[in-house]
Design a protein around this ligand. Structure first.
Ligand code: NAI
Length: 773
């Protein structure tokens, strides 16, 4: 017998990790985490069905008490010098490392994930998050001098990475001086409860972090609680949408990290050995119960047969079994109910199903790895998140087709591209609509690199400097936005000097309002200045269509060209400065000197944004290992915006110019109080080489039109500066396709507010480029 034959015929012996310490910890708590008499639920080991503990079902009163404790603890915690907070976060990181083995086992008992993963991925990454954010607490005063903590954060996390998701949420929140009420998922509350003990041991003051156990009703009560200033959620898109609706109009900050159906593009010139291992890692890590799992294989036609053959052979070697066994690849799914959900989803598929023969342990929620090939891109299994060990596969011919198939989903979380031609891989990567893209790699994460999605995968980033934005707010309260209303018809109306009807601008052309309605626009001195159209849903639809068509070209034009266009725009505005100043005097009643100063300020603001057009840098993140993790900025997309009512011209430029500078196309609702100024500005756009369709302008009632814009499925973002508080209907409407919404209550127009506008007008994407062996 050769050595090779010996290796091939050897059976795996069991290599179980001891559960003793974790079970002893549960026993020490009497296997119960609830006050006497409280309603409880059971948490079980999904691999065996064994009862692990009973845990309190948080009631509305418990939510009240937890939020009140967080409120009470907030002032002192936020005021504590960053260095002291840093020491506590550092202590938490150290304690996570010291308790790593027990925590890894506890995590595996509660989730069914292989101990190899909880030990080698979940725990080290969780500790790394606390180390990294200890540093952020340390640097906050110096590096973020204008920012402060938001207040009380309600954080709701899922069951696939219970401790790691806790770390992702808790570490940045505490670092920036917020207090936290965290609700773990009902299937997996144990490591969070253990962490409460670690936090106390690390010296975290009482009330700064409360672990509140319970199910979705507890989560819903927490998210909607009036004492919560910021909600951070990771979980399903459906619940994320429900939270967006439930918190609409409450003035809460919100970040959502939701589901995905991430593409794994495999080109025929890829290194197939590496790619197959990457694919195994991508889809069978944590049994596919990963929001960014590479669950959609899109393989180039010529190699599809070979890839499927190799994959089937590799799948046959994956070991499914006791999650505590150190040589197991797939443990149990997180709950029998989830097992049933996954099984039901794939039952009766039209695709070709392969699952290697394997003996599954009895009594658990185990599932063998599954490959379903031969599916059309539109098949429900190619579109819906399965969240289990199921890979679906389709083929492509050209790189452009691969990108089109990859983007043909409602999600936009992650993607992985495999090709030995770096140029081809990067070209595909550039076309992918995803917040995280790995080139010749998969599942790379680090606290220094932002993680988060686009589209219905949610908004906001976790990790890096960009992740901190969600946990801070400006120190200086901005002046409230001015509310505006059309100047009322004067009693002694005077004949117009020249009656003008301001048309809409759609797709670079003038357009009449679809409903044919318009209203008179009066000057403050009683003159009839003209008429402004009253827009409707149909006008918005036309404007969005035009913006969508113009968007790719405007992005592709690049920052340098956009800078030139904005300078040119300033030049053309300057040539008509007198006219605009006169318009402001007539429509707003401003004194002539003030109006002239506003035009001057608008010109300067245009220069600011022309300057920014080619200066919003990306960053290379200091992540461990041989990999470049690049943070890139891309335009948010098509933005619908209600312009500020005052200052009319400066406000218009301050809102529109950043969107243009960063490559977005816009649907603009003019200020109600002075719609003719926007219409005249439209003429300046015409003479300034802004391509038709990049700026589309309509006018009408914001209370009617902004909720319509918010509901429109083809807008990526909606901004509301009109001064009426429309955050309720706008945020509610935005829940439909989970677009980003921005309804600030105040803004200081004397400044460009560059950081805020740059963040709102762009999406960050993290591109991971591993190199070397
Ligand atoms: P889920 O989204 O219902 O649960 C996540 C968390 O939200 C849990 O803590 C839960 O108690 C809480 N929750 C539930 N309803 C709530 C509400 N109305 N308001 C506030 N909090 C609420 O996830 P579920 O139902 O367990 O899984 C369903 C599917 O969601 C999975 O099959 C998978 O497709 C997806 N999912 C995605 C995750 C991700 O990381 N993106 C994580 C978990 C699930």
């Amino acid at each position: 017998m050769t050595v090779r034959e010996i290796f091939e015929t050897m059976e795996y012996g069991p290599a179980p990790e001891s559960a003793e310490a974790a079970l002893a910890w549960l026993d020490a708590h009497g296997r119960r985490f609830a006050p006497a008499g409280a309603e409880v639920f059971e948490t079980r080991n999904p691999a065996t069905g064994d009862l692990l503990a009973e845990v309190a079902q948080g009631s509305a009163a418990d939510v009240d008490a937890a939020v009140a404790a967080a409120r009470a603890a907030f002032p002192a915690w936020a005021a504590m010098p960053g260095h002291r907070r840093a020491r506590i976060l550092y202590a938490m990181a150290r304690l996570l490392q010291k308790h790593a083995r027990t925590l890894a086992v506890l995590e595996t008992l509660d989730t069914g994930k292989p101990i190899r993963e909880s030990r080698d991925a979940d725990l080290p990454l969780a500790a790394r998050h606390f180390y990294y954010h200890a540093g952020m607490a340390q640097l906050m005063a110096e590096e973020l001098p204008d920012r402060q903590a938001i207040g009380v954060c309600g954080q709701i996390i899922p069951w696939n990475f219970p401790l790691l998701m806790l770390a992702w949420k808790v570490a940045p929140a505490l670092a920036m001086g917020n207090t936290v009420v965290l609700k773990p998922a009902e299937w997996t509350p144990l490591t969070a409860l253990y962490f409460a003990q670690i936090a106390a041991e690390a010296g975290l003051p009482e009330g700064v972090l409360t672990i509140l156990t319970g199910d979705g009703t507890t989560g819903a009560a927490l998210a909607a609680h009036p004492g919560v200033d910021k909600v951070a959620f990771t979980g399903s898109t459906e619940v994320g949408r429900a939270i967006r609706r439930a918190t609409a109009g409450q003035g809460k900050a919100l970040t959502l990290e939701l589901g995905g159906k991430s593409a794994f593009i495999l080109a025929e010139d890829a290194d197939l050995d590496s790619a197959i291992e990457g694919l195994v890692e991508s889809i069978w890590f944590n049994g596919g119960q990963v929001c960014c799992a590479g669950s959609r294989l899109i393989v180039q036609e010529g190699i599809a047969g070979e890839v499927h053959d190799r994959l089937r052979a590799r799948m046959a070697t994956l070991r499914v079994g006791d999650p505590l066994d150190k040589s197991i690849d797939l443990g149990s799914l997180a709950d029998p109910a989830h097992h049933a959900r996954v099984a039901a989803m794939i039952a009766g598929t039209a695709g070709e199903v392969f699952a290697p023969p394997c003996v599954l342990p009895e009594g658990g929620a185990h599932m063998a790895p599954v490959l379903i090939s031969g599916l059309e891109p539109a098949d429900p299994l190619m579109q819906q998140e399965i969240f289990g060990p199921v890979l679906v596969s389709t083929t492509y011919r050209t790189p452009a087709e691969a990108v089109a198939i990859a983007n043909a989903t409602r999600y936009g979380l992650a993607a992985s591209v495999w090709s030995e031609s770096l140029g081809a891989a990067l070209d595909m990567a550039a076309g992918l609509e995803a917040g995280v893209i790995w080139v010749n790699g998969a599942n790379m994460f680090d606290a220094a690199a932002g993680f988060g999605g686009l589209r219905e995968s949610g908004f906001g980033r976790e990790g890096g400097w960009e992740g901190l934005r969600a946990y801070t707010r400006p120190k200086q309260e901005a002046p409230a936005l001015a509310a505006g209303a059309p100047v009322a018809k004067p009693q002694a109306a005077r004949a117009p000097d020249l009656d003008r009807t301001a048309k809409f601008r759609i797709g670079g052309k003038q357009a009449r309002p679809d409903g044919g309605q318009s209203r008179a626009v009066w000057a403050t001195d009683g003159r009839l200045l003209g008429h402004a159209g009253i827009g409707s849903r149909k006008d918005i639809r036309n404007a969005v269509e035009a913006a969508r068509a113009a968007r790719p070209g405007w992005e592709k034009a690049g920052g340098a060209l956009r800078a030139q266009v904005l300078y040119f725009l300033a030049e053309n505005l300057s040539a008509r400065a007198g006219e605009f100043a006169a318009g402001l005097v007539a429509q707003t009643g401003a004194p002539a000197a003030e109006a002239a100063a506003e035009v001057e300020a608008a010109l300067e603001r245009l220069f600011t944004w022309a300057a920014w057009a080619d200066k919003q840098d990306g960053a290379v993140k200091p992540v461990p290992g041989k990999v470049v993790a690049a943070m890139l900025h891309r335009p948010a997309g098509v933005i619908g915006m209600a312009l500020p009512e005052a200052p009319v011209l400066l406000g218009l430029v301050s809102v529109l110019a950043p969107a243009l500078a960063t490559g977005n196309a816009c649907v603009v609702l003019a200020a109600e109080s002075a719609p003719l100024i926007a219409a005249e500005f439209g003429q300046v756009l015409d003479t300034s080489d802004v391509p038709g369709g990049v700026v589309n302008m309509i006018s009408g009632d914001p209370a009617v039109l902004m909720p319509e814009m918010a509901r429109h499925a083809d807008l990526e973002a909606v901004w509301c500066f009109c001064g009426q508080d429309l955050s309720g209907p706008v945020e509610e409407g935005a829940a439909g396709n989970l677009k980003r919404s921005w309804c600030p209550r105040g803004m200081d127009w004397s400044r460009a507010n560059a950081a805020e506008f740059l963040a709102a007008a762009t999406e960050t994407r993290t591109l991971w480029l591993p190199y070397g062996a």
